[in-house]
Design a protein around this ligand. Sequence first.
Ligand SMILES: [Fe+2]
Ligand SMILES: [Fe+2]
Length: 254
Amino acid sequence: MSQSQRIPTVVPENAANHVPAAGENKVTTETPGAGVVTFEQVRRDPEVIALLQAANNTLKALGYTEHGQRHAGLVGHIAANVLERLGHPPRTYELAHIAGYLHDIGNVIHRENHALSGSLMAWQILRRLGMPTDECAVVMNAIGNHEEERGTVTNAVAAALIIADKADVHRSRVQNPRMEDFDIHDRVNYATTRSFVRVRPEEKIIALELEIDVQYAQVIEYFEIFLERMTMVRRAIEFLGCSFQLIINETRFS
Ligand SMILES: [Fe+2]
Ligand SMILES: [Fe+2]
């Protein structure tokens, strides 16, 4: 599936619109004198690249949608943009970028508990790169809490990661080359031709806007497989001091 089909998600609109979010939602991660590990360092790390590719190969063999560098890059980008648009400090949204990029790396071991295994793998990688412990702790917590089965939000980076991860439903994620073999996840992803996280800081609203081609899947099927995820997204958005709107084919559902 062509990457060019992917429609961008969070658009950095007018920077003048940025307003600070509620102080209690912010993560303090400053460690004076500590080394700064950048998103680019993580993204270019050969071990990270190899592990993400291996994780996606594993899930592809099991029939899952794409969970490799495309998903990792997109989730990191959206997570960072959500916090940037809400006025969080640059280092906090860079940690969200890093957490988003690494969040599914645990799939290389097993799909089950991949949030927990991925969190421990991230610890090894980020320590090797020289990230201070307090920053590693934020990233590990976000990765370890991104799945709906057992995830609980306790900081802004974790909240942003959940919003970004669950928003990535899109045609370009389908890896199954045979449409006649599509399961419901393939069909709903394939039917989704646009997925956009719109942050409206001045109104304290975060909206997930989707366009679903009903030729391939019904809107009710989206809810059938993603209701639990949407509940998690709503909680994450409320943690950031905002309200959630879900808009599908220009109809508002929340
Ligand atoms: Fe995941
Ligand atoms: Fe994911």
